[in-house]
Design a protein around this ligand. Structure first.
Ligand SMILES: [Zn+2]
Length: 347
């Protein structure tokens, strides 16, 4: 074990997706989309590798800012989270854009044990938690230029479940015949007080998901593919170039109980190996990543120090809590230039 099979696969994926990100037509399309749909979208979700919202909504890389933690559990009072959310909101508002935090939970309609490990597969507890988190956003930011919504992610069909402010719940897999006009009406019925521009920016996400669900239904994929198959434990930020469903368990460095979260993620990865859902010969990777925007100077240096720290910390956790995983792991310590999504390999 411990060849570089997994790392090679990741470098290849990064090359493909960073090239797509950098292609002039895509860069222009993103800028145009930004002008047409200015709302900053932030997604708060579970570490679970099956939850890739940009893929599920046919949205380009970089249009949704992800935050990841076990169970999609967050608290705006966490020091490590607070400043990233504050920065994100200031950035949006300074650019004249509204901000929409999408607070999510996830489940499987076919089997509760394909649901969220972070809530011990208790979907009602996950729904309750995400509702409370949305209410925390409301308390902190009010309901205007920052307007939070609660959305469920059903992983069998990769369908979004919209929770309206009026209490109405809409499963997008149940919408087949529709016009854009019908969907606009649906959004304004669910979120009557949401600023009109934000309603218009939520619409392409809904339309994208309905199209994606149709593809998933047409594929008629085996249910095993809806089970955990992650082969990467990713810790840090800047993984959105990894534009693939069910590849990585991702943990942001926000939770003061990061030790416990990494231990759960490592346990899930080991379970993927032990249950035969993934073949360790194809590579199992512990990857850390941190981001920088300014490629010269201390910003980038700090990102390097942080990714090295996160790697050492993760190894300490895994050694103590899930030692059986260690022999399988390839170690990949990286930073990402957010201007290009290109990885720098640190170690
Ligand atoms: Zn989960």
């Amino acid at each position: 074990m411990n060849t570089r099979t997994g790392i090679s696969r990741l470098l290849e994926l990064n090359k493909t997706h960073a090239a797509a990100f950098d292609a002039p037509e895509n860069t222009l399309a993103r800028r145009l989309y930004r002008v047409q749909h200015p709302t900053e979208i932030g997604v708060f979700k579970c570490m679970d590798g099956r939850l890739h919202l940009p893929v599920m909504t046919n949205t380009a890389i970089g249009m949704m800012q992800p935050w990841r933690n076990l169970g999609g559990k967050f608290n705006l009072g966490w020091p490590g989270l607070l400043y990233t959310v504050r920065e994100w909101v200031s950035y949006g508002i300074n650019k004249g854009r509204s901000c929409m935090p999408i607070v999510t939970y996830h489940f499987s309609r076919g089997d509760e044990h394909r649901g969220c490990k972070g809530f011990n597969y208790d979907t009602n507890a996950a729904i309750k938690f995400s509702k409370e988190l949305k209410e925390q956003f409301d308390r902190v930011f009010g309901r205007g230029p920052v307007y939070a919504v609660q959305i469920g992610i059903e992983t069998d069909l990769e369908a979004l479940i919209l929770h309206g402010d009026n209490g109405e719940i809409v499963d997008l897999s149940e919408i087949s015949e529709h016009s854009q006009d019908d969907l606009s009406k649906l959004v304004s019925r669910l979120y009557p007080n949401m600023p009109t521009i934000m309603q218009a920016d939520l619409l392409p996400i809904i339309i994208g998901n309905i199209a994606h669900i149709a593809e998933i239904k047409a594929e008629n994929r085996p249910i095993a593919e809806a089970e955990h198959q992650e082969w990467v434990l990713g810790i840090g930020r800047g993984f959105d170039w990894l534009h693939e469903i069910n590849t990585a368990l991702l943990i942001g460095p926000y939770d003061p109980r990061l030790w416990k979260t990494i231990a759960v993620g490592a346990g899930l990865l080991l379970d993927n190996i032990n249950s035969g859902r993934i073949d360790p010969k194809n590579g199992v990777v512990l990857m850390t990543s941190t981001i920088y925007r300014d490629p010269i100077g201390s910003n980038r240096n700090l990102a390097e120090e942080k990714t090295k720290f996160l790697h050492d910390f993760a190894v300490e956790v895994i050694t103590a809590e899930v030692p059986d995983l260690l022999p399988y792991l390839e170690h990949f310590v990286t930073t990402v230039d957010m201007n290009t999504r290109v990885l720098d390999v640190i170690e």
